[in-house]
Ligand binder design. Structure first.
Ligand code: SAH
Length: 389
């Protein structure tokens, strides 16, 4: 078998030698052979040095995604070994089988996400090469875990960049919910209906961290989804928690999750977070703790200016409802807003609102979302805790 070879333009090998896994289409000097979409290709520098083996996609800006330095054929055995390696890391960290099992390039499986909810697996595919190997991936999961169900949650807009359609299906088994115990707070999750792949595992450690601010507090959890932070703060002894989300289903699940945990002080409001903040400020309502975990404000570099303005306005509004000396737990999951920028925006909003901040804590995503230091694209979540006077 001859493997097509992609030769990079001079100097374009530097980022890749450092461990970055993407080859962009404008970095390619020439291609020896005729690779088709999803095929394995070899990547070499302009000096013909071997850089690794990648999946090819001529239709997108990320023309090749490296998956190995040495040659290995991406068959079922390959996927089994990669998934096992990822599993070993999660088993070191977590006492129960609920986590992001595979986090794409960070687990050297570019374009593949697998979330595990005990015996239930929720898969999201972002690259054409993974899409063409989906049956092999499902077989590997079946052999490794004997799952009760596998769901495919391919509804992400990122798929369009790879020329892939939006799909959602039950690959195997049937639709059901599972109870996930997050160190004492139980969430009943339906990974086929929940947002994204079913649940936001990335905020797990930050939710648990948030508990230290809960005692006797009046809490506002903005962009709450199914009550991630709200229920953790209720467990920590909050007096009253208001959870806000624009999704009706999320707020319905917040209500049932509150009942499941025996909380009677958590109130869900199905509404737009900005509208809520305006009304609360108008009626002079204030909170001891405000959590703010909005969806991404921009999917590309072009949107950064608008996103910054959005974060600034949002923080200005929430400072109006945060008591002097209160705690702000705020997150950004926008890839293109770097931590420095995020912190500048918050500082600017505080200044305009006449507030003085103490930064208490900086964090990122939970341990099941490892970051490749050479690949900033694998890091997206910023989570900061502030006291605001
Ligand atoms: N903190 C949550 C995850 C939040 S995800 C957890 O730990 O599980 C972001 C949430 O924001 C989603 O549930 C989405 O429905 C909600 N959302 C998006 N736009 C919104 C808006 N304008 N107002 C209120 N909620 C919104």
């Amino acid at each position: 078998m001859t493997i097509p070879v992609i030769i990079l333009k001079p100097k374009e090998d530097k980022r890749i030698s450092l461990g970055h896994l993407w080859v962009f289409s404008n970095e390619i000097a020439k291609i020896d052979g005729k690779p088709e979409i999803g095929d394995v290709v070899e990547i070499r520098s302009s000096r013909n040095e071997k850089l690794g083996f990648a999946f090819y996609n001529p239709k997108t800006l990320i023309a090749a995604r490296i998956f190995s330095k040495e040659f290995v054929y991406p068959d079922k055995n390959f996927f089994t070994i990669r998934i096992q390696t990822a599993l070993a890391l999660r088993e070191q960290f977590f006492g129960s089988a609920f986590y992001r099992l595979v986090y794409g390039e960070s687990d050297f499986l570019p374009g593949l996400i697998i979330d595990r909810f005990d015996n239930l697996f929720s898969v999201q595919i972002f690259s054409a090469a993974m899409e063409s190997r989906r049956e092999t991936i499902f077989e590997a999961i079946k052999d490794l875990f004997s799952p009760t169900a596998i769901y495919e949650r391919n509804e992400s807009g990122t798929r369009e960049l790879e020329g892939l359609p939006q799909t959602k299906s039950i690959v195997f088994g049937d639709e059901h919910s599972v109870d996930y115990d997050e160190e004492g707070v139980v969430f009943r999750i339906n990974p086929f209906r929940g947002q994204k792949t079913g649940f936001y595992f990335d905020q797990r450690l930050n939710r648990i961290f948030s508990r230290r601010f809960g005692a006797h507090a009046k809490v506002l959890d903005l962009f709450s989804n199914e009550g991630g932070f709200a229920l953790n703060l209720a467990l920590a002894g909050a007096d009253h928690v208001v959870a806000v989300d624009s999704s009706e289903l999320a707020m319905k699940n917040l209500e049932s999750n509150s009942k499941l945990n025996g909380f009677d002080n958590v109130e869900g409001q199905t509404t737009d977070a900005h509208a809520f903040l305006e009304n609360a400020a108008a009626s002079g309502e204030v909170f001891d703790v405000v959590v703010c975990d909005p969806p991404s404000f921009t999917r590309n570099k072009k949107g950064v200016t608008t996103a910054k303005a959005g974060y600034r306005r949002l923080h200005e509004s929430l400072f109006r409802v945060l008591k002097p000396g209160g705690t702000l737990l705020t997150a950004s999951c926008s890839h293109h807003i770097f931590r420095e920028t995020f912190e500048e925006v918050i500082a600017g909003a505080a200044q305009r609102s006449g507030r003085t901040l103490q930064l208490l804590h900086r964090a990122g995503a939970s341990l099941d979302h490892p970051v490749l230091p050479a690949m900033p694209e694998t890091e997206y979540l910023k989570f900061n805790a502030y006291r605001a006077f």
